[in-house]
Write a protein that binds this ligand. Structure first.
Ligand SMILES: CC(C)(COP(=O)(O)OP(=O)(O)OC[C@H]1O[C@@H](n2cnc3c(N)ncnc32)[C@H](O)[C@@H]1OP(=O)(O)O)[C@@H](O)C(=O)NCCC(=O)NCCS
Length: 190
């Protein structure tokens, strides 16, 4: 099989900034995600899912624009959000990109005002090292309910752990300043 990206040099990566995704990225996001779904490491995702959640993705790209890694947020409610679809291309693994993407997802979740972010994963060292605590799936009935409705595959893997990270409260947004009307300019007629 042709590799999705050229092998990344062995030396330490400078960790490029995680950026948002565009429509043109959809096929490559799906391909990278689904590369790991047969082993149950990621849930299979369709182009439709990715397109609908495009603004929830963060990507790390190589200098040629290829996707080295990706992560997404999946909202359950305004107070509950899951980190999903974390994947780093095999040639770029082991260089800190996974942790870097988790940080990008945490930042995005925090900016969006979620009080908590959770993830279901086999990668215990990765999530514990990124400030998550191990919790129990029983604490997240929304997750059990959603995947019971779609597929039992993720929950039935059994070895997966649930990790949760509390996010600091975001300061309330300042109300937008409204422009004062110029004197003499009248409002619309009633
Ligand atoms: C899991 C994955 C995202 C990690 O990405 P990565 O770039 O290789 O990880 P990093 O280099 O940032 O690793 C950071 C730390 O996490 C640890 N780690 C990485 N992958 C791990 C795994 N699968 N299990 C446990 N620990 C892991 C590393 O050992 C490293 O620890 P250290 O700092 O103590 O050395 C990547 O291997 C991948 O895409 N795997 C296939 C898909 C997958 O499993 N996704 C996770 C779904 S939640």
């Amino acid at each position: 099989m042709t590799p999705l990206i050229k092998p990344v040099a062995k030396e330490r990566l400078p960790l490029p900034t995680a950026t948002s995704a565009t429509d043109a990225d959809v096929p490559r996001i799906v391909a990278l995600n689904n590369q790991f779904s047969a082993d149950g490491l990621t849930l299979p995702r369709t182009s439709e899912f990715v397109r609908t959640h495009l603004s929830d993705y963060r990507l790390v790209r190589g200098p040629d624009g290829s996707i080295w890694g990706q992560v997404a947020l999946d909202e359950y409610s305004p107070s509950l959000c899951e980190l999903v679809s974390l994947a780093v291309a095999p040639a770029a693994q082991g260089k800190g990109l996974g942790r870097h993407l988790i940080t990008a997802a945490v930042d995005l979740a925090n900016r969006r005002g979620y009080p908590q972010l959770f993830a279901v994963s086999l990668a215990d060292t990765l999530f514990l090292g990124a400030g998550f605590m191990q919790s129990s799936i029983d604490q997240f009935p929304e997750k059990i309910w959603r995947y019971r409705a779609i597929s039992r595959s993720e929950l039935s893997i059994g070895k997966k752990f649930l990790f949760v990270r509390d996010l600091p409260p975001t300061p309330p947004r300042k109300p937008r300043k409204t422009r004062s009307r110029r004197p003499g300019v009248r409002g619309p007629r009633k």
